[in-house]
Design a protein around this ligand. Structure first.
Ligand SMILES: *Cc1c(COP(=O)(O)O)cnc(C)c1O
Length: 382
């Protein structure tokens, strides 16, 4: 039995991260400023996109994407039911209506044939979620979007390092939102990024994120002297601070090293967990790069009398933290009451909801930690 609790999704923070934040704290400029600018530039370059705008979270970013892409009350937006609540909530905050779609039971990705079934004359956009870091079938989604004149907003919360046919997901049409929440592959504690190749949309996102002030308003307190600002939109307070950006920049330098570590863990778990009553994640699709954000297992209910909740409680008692990604949105009371969904509406997502649990997969994990996870699982099914 372990001495300490293995917290699910605990970030890997090191001396250089602490130093970077300390330097910003000592610099006298802790709000939105030069570090945010630098972080945006570095991120845009990594993704291979023209514009990146830092925001306070992915949820905020998705909300601004929906607004900046011109969606309006009454418009319908296709969202997979197997996702985190923020994907659908961003649509609701903008006054539009999320329309849920089922996913593949094993890749957990939005099902293009179900997208087609759910399109109505009111459908204006699709939000594909690149689940666990696995890229969706983008060719197929682009085709559907082109046929029906739909905007595509990518939820890249899991997918910083992911690639589809050789390119990072953040330069796909039309716009993407990333998360730097604590558990994500790169963390700023809270934070996010919106990427797009459209200059006008990028400028809108920037303005909407900071009160609706004219561009570069953050410079108004700089040593260039005071500058007046103008309000051009009733904006939000969705900006990132330099404290967050300095942590982001420092984490960013280690992104590929951390990715390497998670890809080792991926192989280790795959080798060690074979033969248990578990459905392992399917291998990455050809000509894609999986972001390796989550290692999601499904309990094989045909091969064990245990339930998923029993398994995660047993792991907890052995000091191993887990996550559940996710209970499908249409099974939650709010979406049932507000949108009329019922249990039984999306069989594949329900199959996942009943069986899914994620084991610790952070780059922070030591070989010992990973071994503890494996032996705990083995002892549960002995
Ligand atoms: C984490 C997450 C979000 C929200 O990210 P925040 O930065 O916490 O707002 C959105 N979508 C998915 C799929 C997520 O996992």
């Amino acid at each position: 039995m372990r001495d300490s609790y293995l917290v699910f999704g605990s970030p890997r923070l090191e001396e250089d991260d602490i130093k970077a934040v300390e330097e910003t704290l000592k610099s006298g400029w802790i709000g939105t400023g030069p570090r945010v600018n630098e972080f945006e530039k570095a991120f845009a370059e990594y993704v291979g996109v023209k514009y990146a705008v830092a925001v306070s979270s992915c949820t905020a970013g998705l909300h601004l994407c929906v607004l900046a892409m011109g969606l309006e009350p009454g418009d319908e937006v296709i969202v997979p039911t197997m996702t985190f609540a923020a994907t659908a909530n961003a649509v609701i905050h903008a006054g539009a209506k999320p329309v849920f779609v089922d996913v593949d039971p094993y890749t957990m990705l939005i099902d293009p044939s179900d997208i087609k079934r759910k399109i109505t004359p009111k459908t204006k956009a699709i939000i594909p979620v690149h689940f666990a870091g696995r890229p969706c079938n983008i060719d197929e989604i682009n085709k559907i979007a082109a046929e029906h004149n739909l905007v595509i907003i990518h939820d890249n919360a899991h997918a910083i390092e992911s690639e589809y046919h050789g390119a990072k997901l953040g330069n796909l049409k039309d716009i993407s939102a990333y998360s730097f929440y604590v558990t994500k592959n790169l963390t700023t504690a809270e934070g996010g990024m919106v990427t797009t190749n459209d200059e006008e949309i990028a400028a809108k996102i920037k303005i909407y994120a900071l009160h609706g002030l004219t561009k570069d308003a953050w410079k108004r307190f700089s040593d260039d002297g005071y500058k007046h600002y103008q309000i051009v939109y009733p904006g939000f307070k969705y900006n990132m601070t330099d404290i967050q950006a300095s942590l982001g920049l420092s984490q960013f330098r280690k992104l590929e090293k951390f990715y390497e570590r998670r890809s080792q863990l991926w192989n280790y778990y795959h080798n060690e967990l074979k033969g248990l009553p578990l459905i392992l994640p399917v291998e990455p699709e050809k000509n894609t790069r999986h972001g390796f954000h989550l290692f999601i297992l499904m309990l094989d209910l045909n091969k064990t009398p245990l339930t998923r909740d029993q398994v995660i409680n047993k792991l907890h008692s052995m000091k191993i933290g887990t996550g559940v990604h996710y209970i499908a949105l249409h099974l939650h009371p709010y979406y049932q009451e507000a949108l009329g969904y019922r249990n039984g509406d999306f069989p594949n997502a329900e199959y996942i909801s009943e069986r899914t649990f994620s084991i610790p997969f952070s780059a922070k994990l030591t070989d010992e930690d990973a071994k503890d996870v494996v032996s705990a699982l083995k002892s549960i099914f002995e």
